[in-house]
Design a protein. Structure first.
Length: 121
């Protein structure tokens, strides 16, 4: 992985017990000392905007009807979101269709800096 600010290589940081429950990994830039965190996939369901349940991408596309060729997300969570009035969304990166009620993220010009809200140990 590379740093979003300076472009240098990131190194992995040891996580505490609580950080292990919340993040897959934490990386730190040696020059900028900025931490970048990779969240666990279950946290994608608690965000304010729709995310792909497989890869976590926010650049999604709405579909009017299901595409029979592309894969559809299976499971109780997807069924529950469909019953609750979720719209059909499509992730172009992992080619997955799924339902979600949250709004789709607006297109960003520049990627925002992502910092951990947990203190490093």
């Amino acid at each position: 992985m590379k740093c979003g600010r300076c472009g240098r290589k990131l190194r992995r940081v040891h996580r505490s017990f609580l950080e292990r429950l919340r993040y897959l990994a934490i990386y730190e830039c040696r020059d900028c000392e900025i931490e970048e965190c990779l969240p666990r996939p279950y946290q994608y369901h608690f965000d304010t905007e729709a995310r792909c349940p497989k890869c976590g991408a926010t650049r999604l596309r709405r579909l009017k009807r299901r595409d029979k060729i592309e894969k559809m997300q299976s499971g109780l969570v997807n069924l529950w979101k469909r019953v609750r009035g979720g719209k059909l969304l499509y992730c172009r990166f992992c080619r997955l269709q799924f339902y979600d009620r949250r709004p789709v993220a607006p297109k960003e010009v520049e990627p925002a800096e992502q910092e951990c809200d947990a203190p490093s140990s």
